[in-house]
Design a protein around this ligand. Structure first.
Ligand code: ATP
Ligand code: MG
Length: 266
């Protein structure tokens, strides 16, 4: 029943006996199947793309509309690039990396590629300028209801803004993306890190949907970046979990078992 999409209360309900339980489950199953088929019909005749891709499109439209340039970079990155991100021996993320051959891996984040493009475009474009990418990232932390081994990150970064503007700009960009994702209610939670100073997370109902960073940053040297910047990394599936109040993130993930949140075994 849970896999079909029944609420968590289905596990704790009490019945007088097997007959009553079976009857209740049968009714519930019928309702869930009907609702699932209704949603798939709506997908087919209405929106015609799942919420994940709709969200991707909405965020891209909002960011392009505000002057950011969309980029597309490889999902395969090198161990060197990860090392330049500080992801080397002793770093928690290292154990979560999917390695390929030749010291290459599936990217666990978009930041290394964006650092590279920031520097290369920075030789050519006037300040400030912003770029963003929306794409899959891979981490071996698929346990639990908030983690997928393949998820979709929207990472935006803006380079060359005045130092004193960074915090205000971060808040402005967080608001822009959250509004574009129809998630107007969120909290910005500051976590003070000894090494990097203040780091800001975007939280919805206790769920982290975004982490931010600002530069100058300890990693900038390795990438040849010397100017102030702000960056935000949103998890699109997390945004959908938070917005739709979903019990688990699998439903909105890239999947063969679900389409647009509907389990296909109905
Ligand atoms: P968490 O602490 O929740 O595991 P994180 O701090 O390691 O996440 P970040 O590196 O800050 O994650 O990544 C930016 C965003 O990407 C997160 O705020 C989250 O929305 C999303 N994200 C990160 N890891 C996953 C995952 N395994 N599955 C789904 N979304 C993820
Ligand atoms: Mg984080």
């Amino acid at each position: 029943m849970r896999e079909l999409g029944a609420g968590a209360d289905v596990l704790t309900r009490r019945f007088t006996g097997a007959d009553e339980r079976n009857a209740v489950f049968k009714t519930l199953e019928t309702e869930i199947v009907r609702e699932g088929r209704r949603r798939l019909e709506e997908l087919r005749t209405g929106r015609r793309q799942p919420q994940l891709l709709q969200l991707e499109q909405d965020l891209a439209t909002a960011l392009v509309g505000t002057g950011f340039v969309r980029v597309a970079t490889p999902a395969i990155v090198t161990a060197d690039a990860l090392a330049k991100m500080g992801i080397a021996a002793g770093h928690a993320l290292l154990d979560q990396v999917f390695w390929l051959d030749d010291g290459r891996c599936l990217r666990p984040m978009l930041a290394p590629n964006l650092y590279t493009l920031l520097r290369r475009l920075g030789r050519i474009w006037s300040r400030p300028f912003g770029i963003f990418e929306i794409g899959s990232c891979f981490r071996r932390d698929s346990k639990g209801s908030q983690h997928l081994s393949e998820f979709t990150m929207c990472n935006l970064v803006e380079l060359g803004l005045p130092l004193g503007e960074r915090r205000r700009r971060l808040e402005e960009l967080a608001a822009l993306v959250m509004a574009a994702g129809a998630l107007p209610a969120y909290a910005l939670v500051t976590e003070t890190s000894e090494v990097y100073g203040d780091e800001l997370d975007v939280i919805v109902d206790g769920i982290e949907v975004c982490s931010t960073a600002i530069g100058p940053h300890a990693l900038d040297d390795a990438w040849g970046i010397t100017e102030p910047w702000v960056g935000l990394g949103f998890g699109l599936e997390r945004m959908l979990v938070a917005r739709e109040g979903l019990p688990s993130i699998e439903r909105v993930a890239r999947s063969l078992a679900y389409v647009d949140g509907v389990r296909l075994n109905i």
